[in-house]
Design a protein around this ligand. Structure first.
Ligand code: NAD
Length: 438
C-alpha cells in the first residue's frame, strides 16, 4: 500500500511552489478557448457554454484536529461538462487551491477526455489545506467529511473522482469506503486510483508518467531523434514526475535534471534515477533534499527549467513557464506532465523559438485513460492484468498523439492548438447533437 506523505517541508518551500500570483489558471484556459474558437470559427454560443462550468459546489469542512481544536477547511467540486459522459477528474490537496484553479482544471479535464476520446466529461475537486501539516488521522477525517459533502453530486454515472496533487490511493480508498458506507453496499466504481485490493487498476499509479513516456517516444520518432541520445529534465518529483523520469531513463534517455519543492539535482552525465527513487522512498516527506552523489550538483527550479536539454517535462503545478522565464528555456521539446504548466504568453515566446510542446491535455492523459479502465473493470467486476492495461494505454496514447500530430500539420498549427481543436470539436459536436435543453 502507498504511504501517505508526511512531508516536513517548511512553510517557505510551500510558498515557493505556489504558481505566480499574477497568473490565474482560469484566465489561461479562457484564453486558450478564445484562441481555439477563433480558429474553428465556433459559434459564440458554444464558446459561451465551454467557458462556464455546468456546476460548482463549495463546501465547508469542519475537522476535529488532534489537539482538540476545530478547523474549518474549504473544498470544491467543479463539474465543467457532462456532455460526452459522466464527469471525471482528480482531487487536489494544496494550500494554493482556489475556485478558479479548480474551474480551470475541470475545463482541461473535459478537453483532455475528448482528445483521447474517452466517454467522459470533465470535473475537478480540491481542498485548500497544507497536507504536510496534517496528521494521518486529520487527513482521513478531512477526506471523509469532503466525500460526504460532495456525495450529492458524485456517483459512478455522474462524476467519478481520482487522485491529483497530494492525494493518492490511500485517500481514494477512504473516499470509496465512506461512499460505500453511505450507500449501504460495496461501491468501488465511484472513484478511481484506489489500491488494487479495493478495485484499483493494475498500473494506475504509473499511468500518467507512462503516458508521458509514450508520447515522448512518439515525438522523438517524428523528429528522427535517437532516444538513447536524448537528454531530459523533469520538474516535480511526485507521482507524475518520478514515474516519467524512471520510465524515460529505462527507455534509454539520459535524465540529467530533476527537481521538487525542496531542491533540484543536476548531473550532465545523467542522474542515477533508481538510486534517487530509493532515496526519496525513505526521505522525510519523500523529498529530493539531502540526496548526494558524485557529480551531482544542487540547482534551483528556475535553473532546472533553463537546462540545455532535449526534453523538458514540467510535472509540478500550473504556470511554471511564463512570459518571464520562457525566454531562458533551452529545451527543444516540452512534454507537459502537469496541467497548465505553460501560460499562453509563454506559448508565443516558445513558438517563436521553435520549441515543440506536447500539450497537457494530450501528454498527461494517461492517468485518466487508466482511470477509465479502472471504472470499466469495477463496473464489470472483471479485472485485467498490468500487461493488458499498459498495452491498451499505449495504443490510446499513440493513436491520440498521431491524430494531434496530423491535425497540427494539416492546419499548420502548434500541437497545443491541434489538441484544443480536436477536443473542442468533439465536445461541440456532442452539444449540437444533444441540443440545448429545454
Ligand atoms: P504529486 O503531489 O504527486 O507531486 C507534485 C510534485 O511537484 C512534488 O514532487 C512537489 O514537491 C513538486 N512541486 C510542487 N511545486 C513545485 C515547484 N514550484 N517546483 C518544483 N516542484 C514542485 O502530484 P502529481 O499527481 O504528480 O501531479 C503533478 C502534476 O501533474 C499536476 O499538475 C497534476 O494536476 C498533473 N496530473 C496528475 C495526474 C495524476 O494521475 N496524478 C494526472 C494528470 C495530470
Amino acid at each position: 500500500m502507498i504511504e501517505v506523505q508526511e512531508s516536513k517541508a517548511s512553510e517557505a518551500t510551500i510558498v515557493e511552489a505556489v504558481p505566480a500570483a499574477s497568473v490565474n489558471p482560469y484566465e489561461m484556459v479562457l484564453t486558450q478557448l478564445r484562441l481555439v474558437a477563433a480558429r474553428l470559427e465556433l459559434e459564440p454560443g458554444l464558446l459561451a457554454i465551454l467557458s462556464h462550468p455546468e456546476r460548482v459546489l463549495e463546501v465547508s469542512l469542519p475537522v476535529k484536529m488532534d489537539d482538540g481544536r476545530i478547523e474549518v477547511f474549504t473544498g470544491y467540486r467543479v463539474q465543467h461538462s457532462s456532455v460526452r459522459g459522466p464527469c471525471k477528474g482528480g482531487i487536489r490537496y494544496h494550500p494554493a487551491v482556489t475556485l478558479d484553479e479548480v474551474k480551470a482544471l475541470a475545463t482541461w479535464m473535459t478537453l483532455k477526455c475528448a482528445v483521447v476520446n474517452l466517454p467522459y466529461g470533465g470535473a475537478k475537486g480540491g481542498i485548500r489545506c497544507d497536507p504536510t501539516r496534517l496528521s494521518l488521522g486529520e487527513l482521513e477525517r478531512l477526506t471523509r467529511r469532503y466525500a460526504v459533502m460532495i456525495r450529492p453530486i458524485i456517483g459512478p454515472q455522474k462524476d467519478i473522482p481520482a487522485p491529483d496533487v497530494n492525494t493518492n490511493a490511500v485517500v481514494m480508498d477512504w473516499i470509496m469506503d465512506t461512499l460505500s458506507v453511505f450507500s449501504d453496499y460495496y461501491t468501488d466504481e465511484v472513484v478511481t486510483g484506489k489500491s488494487i485490493e479495493l478495485g484499483g487498476a493494475q498500473g494506475r499509479r504509473e499511468a500518467t508518467g507512462r503516458g508521458v513516456m509514450v508520447v515522448t517516444k512518439e515525438i522523438l520518432k517524428r523528429l528522427n531523434r535517437d532516444i538513447t541520445k536524448t537528454t531530459v529534465a523533469v520538474q516535480g518529483y511526485g507521482n507524475v514526475g518520478s514515474v516519467s523520469a524512471t520510465l524515460l531513463a529505462r527507455e534509454g534517455c539520459r535524465v540529467v535534471g530533476v527537481s521538487d519543492i525542496s531542491t533540484g539535482l543536476y548531473n550532465p552525465n545523467g542522474l542515477n534515477i533508481a538510486e534517487i527513487n530509493e532515496y526519496v522512498a525513505q526521505s522525510p516527506g519523500h523529498l529530493l533534499k539531502g540526496y548526494s552523489a558524485p557529480g551531482v550538483e544542487e540547482i534551483t527550479n528556475q535553473e532546472l527549467l533553463a537546462l540545455d536539454v532535449d526534453v523538458l517535462v514540467p510535472a509540478a503545478l500550473e504556470a511554471q513557464i511564463t512570459a518571464e522565464n520562457a525566454g531562458s528555456v533551452r529545451a527543444k521539446i516540452i512534454v507537459e506532465g502537469a496541467n497548465g504548466p505553460t501560460t499562453p504568453e509563454a506559448d508565443v515566446i516558445l513558438a517563436e523559438k521553435g520549441v515543440y510542446i506536447v500539450p497537457d491535455i494530450l501528454a498527461n492523459a494517461g492517468g485518466v485513460v487508466v482511470s477509465y479502465f479502472e471504472w470499466v473493470q469495477d463496473l464489470q467486476s472483471f479485472f485485467w492484468d498490468e500487461e493488458e492495461t499498459n498495452q491498451k494505454l499505449a495504443k490510446i496514447m499513440q493513436q491520440s498523439f498521431a491524430e494531434v500530430w496530423t491535425l497540427a500539420h494539416l492546419e499548420g498549427v502548434s500541437l497545443r492548438m491541434a489538441a484544443l481543436m480536436l477536443g473542442v470539436r468533439r465536445v461541440a459536436q456532442a452539444i449540437k447533437k444533444r441540443g440545448i435543453f429545454p
